[in-house]
Design a protein around this ligand. Sequence first.
Ligand code: AMP
Length: 425
Amino acid sequence: MKNIQSIRGIHDSLPNDTIYFQYIENIFKNLVSNYGYHEIRLPILEYTVLFLQSIGKTTDVINKEMYTFVDKNKNKITLRPEGTAGCIRATIQHKLLYKKKQRLFYMGPMFRRERPQKGRYRQFHQLGAEVLGYEGPKIDIELIVLTFRLWKILKINKYIFLEINFIGSNKEYKKYEKELTTFFQKHENHFNEDYKKRIKNNPMRILDTKNLDIKHIIDDAPIITDFLNEKSRIYFTNICNCLDLLNIPYTINPYLVRGLDYYNYTIFEWVTYNLGSKLAICGGGRYNHLIEKLGGKENPAAGFAIGLERLTLLMQKNNSNYIFCKSTDIYIISSNDDSIKNKAILLSEYIRNILPSLQIIVNYDNKNLKKKFIQANKHKTKIVLLLDKEKEKTQLITLKNLITNEQKILHKNEIIKNLKFIFNL
Ligand code: AMP
């Protein structure tokens, strides 16, 4: 019978990756907590209409990528493709903005039926933050500076670059969109059917094309910056000045487009060129009308989402000195006798009670001692504790340091003192 495989684009996370995931998630949690963000845990399933109303009907996510099905009650349900919509739905449903503004963060799986390739999966994980109720450029800066700090802590700041754009208010954007449509219509004969549809529905989405044949047309296209009013210009200048002040390098990319329609004013992406072609590690921006659009009271908001798998790929590729220590502190071996194996369990629990930071593995195999030592080496063990039947009668235990090759025979009562010394505890 053919073995059952996981679904295409939906992967298992094996220990070599999960060790990075745990590391990143812990650092992210501590970092956002330090900035005053609180965790929100959101459902993976939502009513489809939530995404239709927020992400935008002409986006790829809505048109091609959502996992949607009808449940037994004939409700249209979708596996969440992103976290912001659910977060805003929850905020409105639980009236979170009634008493105070919110700084929230979340982590978890997202689902998009994209064409699978390196760094692009159908189930992937995001670490996200949303700031709700706060207006103005300083919050946009806070989101950027927070992510910048994360890259520094993870030692990948050398490989990630900030691109920002300012797409103005809805009014400014609409005016620009109209101009852009007119411009592209003039060059319509260069575009295929898919692009012609975009000209009609969402012309800005042509700007970030990878199609070299039409790049020369885009170079002459109007840019959003020319359609911003005085207030918007001041806002954007404020952001740029603050980034300069904070020494955060950035590029203004007037062609930067986000794949989700709810954004306005500031948008940004942290991208890398280090994993093949240009790839976004984190995307975010302001979405001042989304809360209102989903039925809440008008309230400004901004946020970002980081792709955990892409971040992991980047770290794995670049931090050769950043090898996670997967060694075992103590490996307990005993002779093949049930009562001695019980003693080994007791010993491991005794050490765990007093020295909980040590990683201890007990070997229960019925193999000879040589094979058990081979196992200890495979686990990159530092210290082996050996219990054999004869010595156990007088509570003696052999301690072998596999790094220095030193060996001593100790009374059980001396074990903790020795381990404290060896592990500097
Ligand atoms: P978005 O919600 O589209 O702004 O995406 C935010 C981040 O999630 C991106 O910058 C990526 O790092 C990550 N991401 C988005 N789509 C995928 C995917 N299909 N596979 C892996 N990571 C993704």
